[in-house]
Design a binder for this molecule. Sequence first.
Ligand code: LP5
Ligand code: MN
Length: 250
Amino acid sequence: MHTNHQSYSLFISDLHLCDARPAVTSAFIRFLQSEAKNAENLFILGDLFEYWAGDDDIDNPHHQSVIQALKALSDQGTKTFFIHGNRDFLISTKFSTNAGITLLADPTMLELYDKKVLLSHGDDLCTDDVAYQAFREQVRNPEWQNQFLEQSLASRKAQIKALRMRSEDEKSGKPLMIMDINQTALEKLIINYDYPPLFIHGHTHRPKVHNLNINDHECQRIVLGDWYDQGSCLRLDKDGFQSIAVNIQS
Ligand code: LP5
Ligand code: MN
């Protein structure tokens, strides 16, 4: 039916879309209407938004423009998937239904072009960041989330603003190593998933391909880049992967 869809998949993360950076949102919408249109799958590996306060914020005009563009993409035949980031883990079924995306667990293992591919946001592997992991455990708890979501949208946004300030403040005092993936946690994950040859994640904003050898198994860990000065996207097909830069006009 959709014969224009070629056999390749695209992966993006860490766009941090928000009202304050309209050029990035425009670039993303153009990307959905161009590069992504002919893809069979688009995987968004978290932190699509600067923050997500709850699905009741869906009517926000900025969010609507993103949701409409995602919906148009999936309606024309590109399957779209989303893994929660640490900024937008409150995205739920109202968003996914409206945007036409499928929510995936973190991590998720898939088979693409005869290759096992493991996908994650990546924050779960930053185990040296003890303060962040304690925070993460608290806010990923469904009971905590229910209580948080019972509060008014305005109150939630005020708390998120305070949290963002605290997070930036604490980050400035954390050594860079602490905010990267822990090697032992990484190896444990790869072993648990029986050595997928590809592991793709975001979060650290340190785009790179790491060639790993774990117990004599080759594994490539691909770290996606963010969308600040330019957008970045990974393309995967039967011949392998390549990195694509996305222009952001300011
Ligand atoms: O996002 P990034 O990359 O800049 O930093 C992350 C970690 N910080 C965060 C916080 C988010 O940026 C804030 C936005 C989240 C919105 C979610 C909405 C719902 C939750 C609302 C809760 C009020 O994820 C940062 C890491 C960094 O990645 C690198 O991995 O270091 O972690 C921190 O800085 C966290 C601090 O170390 C600990 C903060 C403890 C705050 C405790 C307050 C209790 C909150 C609950 C009560 C309301
Ligand atoms: Mn993140």
